[in-house]
Design a protein. Sequence first.
Length: 616
Amino acid sequence: MCGIIGATGDEGVLALLLDGLERLEYRGYDSAGVALDYGHDLYRARAATGTGSLADLRKVVENVPAGVTAGIGHTRWATHGHPTETNAHPHLDCSGKVAVVHNGIIENWRELAAKLRETGHVLASDTDTEVFAHLVEEEMASGSSLANAVRSSLREVRGAFALAVIAASEPGTIVAARRVSPLVVGMGDGDNPMGLLASDIPALLGHTRRFWVLDDDQVVELRPGQMRVTTLAGKVVEPTELQVDWDIEAAEKGGYPDFMGKEIHEQPRAVADTLLGRLLADDTIGLDELRITPDDLRDIDKVFIVACGSSYHAGLVAKYAIERWARLPTEIDIASEFRYRDPVLDERTLVVGVSQSGETIDTLQAMSEARQWNAKVLVISNVVDSSMARVADGVLYTHAGPEVGVASTKTHLSQIVALELLALYLAQLRGTLPAADARRLFGKLEELPALIETVLAREDDVAAVAGQFTKTRDFFFLGRHVGFPVALEGALKLKELSYLRAEGYPAGELKHGPIALIEPGAVVVAVATRTRLWEKMMSNIAEVRSRGATVLLVANDGDEETAAEADAVLWVPETEPLFAPVVDVVPLQLFAYHLAALHGLDVDRPRNLAKTVTVE
Ligand code: F6R
């Protein structure tokens, strides 16, 4: 899981690569590197200093001479081989005349490496990627062009990948390809436009708004002003064009100290945009873009939701909503478990993949598995034309805009909202939602952006509460009903940002074991808003208080009865109980964000994590 970038043109290649790598760092930052083509000569520079890799790479290439005709770059999240400079991309062949950057995994690399060694190749790194440089070297040695050599080499590798290759013998040319992993290509502006490629669109937004998305096993040959896409067999194909209207500003920090802070504050907008145009004047929901017909959806008798991490937590909320409103049995599974447990699916099952990136390999593979059983497959994604959007029968986009901070915030809230819309839409199709209820619920949905704004306006209060817990190392997060996924999400945010132990539990489960851990000094964070099981939640809070726990509660504005049971309170406005997660999770995001800042940690790039997880 890494980010790759490439550019070919007369000038500005190096600056473009470095700026693009900065935008791609959310995909991993164990190391960074570039290979530059000087016309018959390649120059490679790499740095592997974790979060400092790109800054160090910039220093290394500060004084390189002009005359670069093409270049490729890479930012790494290590899978095969330690995050060292030797394992940093780009990787070279034996002669140093072929350079490769790669995102994904070449699964049969060991067997290929053994064969290459037998024929005299010397492999310098422990990575799966390097074999590809040597395969291309072999092919070119027998007279193939770079493009033919890449196509032949691709036929030998198994796995999921996007890769880009340059060769000293073909100045100004980049050949790239993808299978499962993401890759977009574009053309710059002007008379002799640059040929561009990257793992995602924001990395190239400053240079073009017209993109082409490659299908699996398509190969692109880029030269300045020229682009040719072929199949592995060399047949020329017309790629799908995509016009993007995102503003580059939208992908930058906009005055906040970090992306996460900015993205937390963009949540009212993200939720409003996700609702936009979907609540119709006649009190129905319009999801025309869904691509699965109303008749097919009416036929559904079971729903499976598959997702990972924060997206899984959003899916948990949806289970309550779909069962409550649409009266459809709904199961939810962690994607990496789903595909290996023989789920019972058929053509009347709706499988909903939830993924902000649309690229998470576990969710992608779970959806492919579901298709094999003829289930209807829908994806909820924030990225237009992502791999999941291509695999699925239907797509429901969240409109959160690009999210750069590694920890999900605005995309998580937008996912919950999109899933609530789906639940109400299914209810509408099945006739289980009386018009009066629909009207009332639509009104409540429309209020959500303002309620989130109210919570955000109290950020200083949340920061002050966080300040009371700087010495705490262990947190228990408790919730019931839809407060349970909120507790899980609050715990996950704290874990990933502050590196503190934080466990989320359904509060009713506490007495079945975890309560043994409660002793004086334990800190319990509980979601105690007025949702369905508030009274029972208060009993669970009493249980931990009587054992000496310090209690921090998320409570509804003005609810002094709840506040009386707390050592500290995070106040939130009340809403429809099934929509409450959209509001209640916000103070917990802020709590984790400020606690991490108080511990001096980089909230945008927590250690060991990457924004998009494209390996199993
Ligand atoms: C946590 C977080 C991750 C992602 C998970 C799934 O803050 O961001 O847990 O939610 O990796 O990612 P997507 O939604 O892209 O499939």
